[in-house]
Ligand binder design. Structure first.
Ligand SMILES: [Fe+2]
Length: 389
């Protein structure tokens, strides 16, 4: 099979989708691309002794599919080539290609300042070993969009762009068996991994401004402390570095890695929202979660017909495609685990203390919830694909 990605069944979880049809080692197709895995399906695979699935990301595999991309494809490809060149030069102990990096970021800044398209077309991973390059380009692009939303000027945008592109360069000094390990790192390996911000800082120290240096050095620090390498807190971590940290996490969560499938956008957005005050400053986390989804392609964050569990343990139904993590929902099961006597509509964007915690994919539970939801839906509102008895 050409250009396929492998995923361990061990790392599948309910709700995950693979970006192409999934096959066994023997070429037997066992799951459709883009169809969420359920508990039942994962159990079925395990019961058959299937440990690894293989899939080829389809042409439409882009996370951010849109008719109207903000970044021209040629510029995006140039970005990936420059990211590759950065790594090559560092491995040869040659100087960073600063002219190329700066030229690329100037082009990105121009496109982000004068937005023409509708979709921030993030670079898409086709093979695991391309992750370093797609990740650098994506953190640069996401950081630039964040900078724009925060009202940064051109100079500030260039800082977050270059910093985003170079934040992880210290990883070239981390042994590949740790970097690409298809499993959890041991404490000792993690200690080695945690050196990459310092290595990276040394690489940009005499090349870029102290602002870019701080992005590289502090992109794993957390506002509440407890990050690495220095355990800085709050204001001690410059906003530029906090932006890189946030965009780093978003791209990492939504990308496939040898040890995990890509998670959907809603999962990363909810994660970031919940980490406000811990990993990220509330202002930045809220800006990201409110402002970025509109640029993340044509697919909704939650499709109409989804069932979700709220942090209050209430269960709700999403009647319309949602472009935010705070859609309007119908309450199906309340906090007392009861079905409300009549339709209760909740606009989550107006509710400070209620938010979506997870989407529900358990087949049996979904079937039951469809029956419950029908009670609150008009005949024209019931999705046609529901198999109601
Ligand atoms: Fe990093």
């Amino acid at each position: 099979m050409a250009e396929h990605l492998a995923v361990s069944v061990h790392f599948l979880y309910p709700g995950v989708v693979l970006k192409g049809d999934a096959f066994t080692e023997n070429g037997e197709k066992v799951h459709e691309g883009y169809v969420p895995f359920t508990d039942e399906k994962i159990a079925w695979l395990k019961a058959r002794g299937i440990t690894t699935l293989y899939y080829t990301p389809s042409e439409e595999a882009s996370r951010c599919l849109g008719k109207d991309p903000i970044i021209p494809t040629t510029t995006l490809e140039k970005g990936l080539d420059i990211a590759k060149e950065v790594e090559k030069r560092l491995r040869e102990n040659a100087p960073l290609p600063t002219k190329e990096i700066n030229g690329l970021i100037d082009e990105f800044v121009d496109k982000i300042m004068n937005i023409q398209g509708t979709t921030l077309n993030l670079a898409e991973l086709k093979k695991y070993d391309e992750y370093t390059y797609t990740h650098s380009v994506n953190v640069a692009l996401l950081s630039l969009m964040m900078g724009k939303k925060l009202g940064y000027n051109e100079e500030q945008l260039k800082i977050v762009g270059v910093g985003g592109m170079l934040h992880d360069i210290g990883k070239v000094r981390i042994p590949l068996e740790i970097l690409n390990k298809p499993d959890r790192l041991t404490p000792r390996e993690f200690e080695i991994m945690k050196r990459h911000p310092v290595y990276g800082f040394e690489m940009v120290k005499n090349v870029y401004s102290r602002f870019v240096q701080s992005i590289v050095l502090y992109h794993h620090e957390k506002v509440s402390g407890g990050g690495y390498p220095l355990g800085k807190k709050g204001q001690e971590i410059e906003e530029f570095a906090q932006i890189a940290s946030l965009c780093d996490v978003f791209d990492a969560i939504t990308s496939s890695r040898p040890y995990k499938p890509a998670q959907p956008f809603w999962y990363a957005l909810v994660w970031i929202y919940r980490e406000q005050g811990r990993s990220f400053s509330p202002r930045l986390a809220q800006t990201f979660v409110k402002e970025l989804p509109q640029y993340l392609g044509e697919k909704p964050i939650f499709p109409a017909g989804s069932f979700v569990q709220l942090n209050t343990k209430e269960i709700a139904y999403i009647p319309q495609d949602s472009r935010t993590i705070w859609p309007v929902v119908y309450l199906l099961i309340n906090e007392r685990k009861q079905i409300p006597p009549r339709r209760v509509v909740i606009d989550l964007s107006l509710e400070e203390d209620r938010f979506i915690e997870r989407q529900i994919f358990d087949e049996k539970l979904v079937a039951t919830l469809q029956q419950v939801a029908q009670k609150f839906l008009g005949p024209e509102e019931t999705p046609p694909n529901w198999k109601l008895k």
